[in-house]
Design a protein around this ligand. Structure first.
Ligand SMILES: C[S@@+](CC[C@H](N)C(=O)[O-])C[C@H]1O[C@@H](n2cnc3c(N)ncnc32)[C@H](O)[C@@H]1O
Length: 252
């Protein structure tokens, strides 16, 4: 993919230009539109302490490059990746309920990463690792092709306004990047409480090559028992929102 240049880059300072040039030389794709706005939320004392205590064992750095799962987890169990785990409670619960699987969570919100580590520490979880980084870059640079049994994307930012729809992470190009990382037979599992986003997800996935819908009606699936309610979902329930789960298997 060719890098995209924006008008703002004309006024870049020298170090940004060098970073851009280096990224270009390394063949990295410079994205103009991101799916998140970095919120500088404060860390609680507990989150800060968990980051300090658990990062050396449970934290993964984007700069490490391509991961060898066997080295990371010390076994060759299936690996499930979750993008945008929020505060991580449901991810930790899944890791606890499925000790025969390995989990990697990716989140950009530092207090969320801290909260997830705190919960993992309290629960004594060893089959979970986390990145504090943009998932699109982590997928591109750290996850080997055809290596995942599942990719979870629960309640991604819905970007309600039409002019912001381009920020939605689920786009034709993105779902093909996910497909490349899944094993054949691996599953891309999404959930949202925003009907318009559910319809968008379905439309993108129905047109995507190499996937088959696991829904009997070729649309949504009931929430599987193995997916715990997320924090965001519980808030949605209180507001009377519906929830749509989509599960697509990589077929080719
Ligand atoms: C609406 S919240 C949902 C959180 C959680 N899944 C839940 O259901 O409670 C979406 C989360 O995705 C994260 N996010 C958005 N884009 C991301 C990206 N490209 N990489 C990593 N995290 C991302 C945001 O920081 C936010 O915490």
């Amino acid at each position: 993919m060719r890098p995209i240049f924006t008008p703002q880059m004309m006024t870049m300072n020298e170090s940004s230009k060098q970073a851009l040039e280096q990224a270009e030389q390394e063949g990295k794709y410079i994205r103009k539109v991101r799916s998140f706005v970095k919120r500088e939320g404060r860390l609680t004392k507990g989150q800060a302490a968990a980051l300090e205590k658990c990062w050396p064992t449970l934290g993964l750095e984007h700069s490490q490059g391509l991961l060898n799962f066997n080295e990371v987890f010390g076994n060759d169990n299936d690996v499930v990746v979750e993008i945008g785990f929020g505060m991580g409670k449901s991810l930790v619960e899944m890791a606890k309920n499925n000790p025969q699987q390995n989990f990697i969570g990716i989140e950009v919100h530092r207090p969320g990463v801290g909260a997830c580590l705190m919960e993992a520490d309290e629960q004594g979880i060893s089959n979970l690792r986390v990145f504090e980084h943009d998932a699109v870059e982590v997928l591109a640079d750290c996850i080997a092709d055809s290596s995942l049994s599942k990719l979870q994307l629960f309640f991604p930012d819905p970007w309600h306004k039409k002019r912001h729809h381009k920020r939605r992470i689920v786009q034709p190009d993105f779902v093909q990047k996910i497909r490349a990382k899944l094993k054949v037979g691996g599953v891309f599992h999404m959930a949202t409480d925003w009907e318009n986003y559910a319809e968008h997800m379905l439309e993108v996935m129905q047109q995507a090559e190499g996937y088959s819908n696991q829904s009997e009606n070729n649309d949504y699936v009931p929430r599987p028992d193995f997916r715990p309610l997320t924090k965001f979902e519980q808030r949605g329930h209180r507001l009377g929102h519906g929830v749509w789960d989509l599960m697509f298997e990589r077929t080719a």
